[in-house]
Ligand binder design. Structure first.
Ligand SMILES: [Zn+2]
Length: 237
């Protein structure tokens, strides 16, 4: 690809052009954030959790993966529901930039067929460890060439700062927009490997402070020794 190749912008590539009638109706529940009357991206909380774990496992080099889910509609219009993610474990980390290699795609296709036959690849995620949320030239190239359906998104996470952002198609370019989060059910939270069980109405036990610290005991012992020594001196005289 030559240096001056500019991606061809197709202004019709826009989430506003999604025909809601094409997609099944489904009511959203357990939403953190407000559902507005426009296309919005909804992440299942467990998916964000998984992306965070994947990102934090590689604090130096970028990692990437794909987002899996479906487009639905509710009374507010169409929305993208991100239900799963697949790690691109064999993605090549060349310096700072991620790329999807042929082996990565084969792995992703196999997982899609095996685990998510009724779902779609709805976008991709990758990390920018310590350098913030944006799409680089290479990222835009990946978005333009592999994720160029109107409802396909890019998600960037910085495991150093904890910042993250989603990019959706608006008039042929990738624009950053806030996402909605669907909170996990109690059962889903408990199914996580790092779930910490908390007793209901847990009482905090404040450790009792030792009234006789070892320093105080030593000070008393030395004072008692000196006192007995002085008393002995007085009697000897
Ligand atoms: Zn990037």
């Amino acid at each position: 690809m030559s240096e001056n190749t500019t991606p061809t912008r197709d202004p019709s590539l826009d989430v506003a052009n999604i025909d809601a009638a094409e997609f099944p109706h489904r009511k959203l529940e357990r939403l953190a954030g407000t559902r507005e009357s426009r296309f919005q991206v909804v992440f299942k909380q467990a998916v964000l959790h998984e992306i965070h774990s994947h990102g934090k496992s590689s604090p130096e080099a970028e990692i990437c993966g794909v987002l899996v889910g479906n487009v639905f509609r509710d009374n507010e219009g169409p929305y993208l529901y991100v239900n799963h993610s697949i790690r691109g474990d064999s993605a090549e980390n060349r310096a700072a930039q991620v790329t999807f290699k042929a082996e990565t795609w084969t792995h992703i296709q196999n997982v899609m067929e095996r685990d998510f036959p009724d779902e779609k690849i709805v976008g991709w995620y990758h990390t920018h460890p310590g350098f913030g949320i944006f799409l680089s030239g290479m990222d835009l190239f990946i978005q333009d060439n592999f994720f160029n359906l109107p409802w396909q998104v890019a998600f960037v996470y910085d495991p150093t700062s904890g910042e993250e952002g989603a990019f959706v198609w608006r008039a042929g370019s990738s624009e950053r927009e806030p996402v909605l989060i669907q909170e996990d059910t109690i059962e889903e939270q408990q199914a996580r490997p790092d779930y910490e069980w908390k007793a209901p109405n847990e009482t905090v036990v404040v450790p009792q402070k030792d009234p006789y610290s070892s320093a105080a005991i030593w000070t008393l012992a030395i004072l008692a020794f000196l006192a007995s020594f002085l008393i002995a001196m007085i009697f000897i005289r």
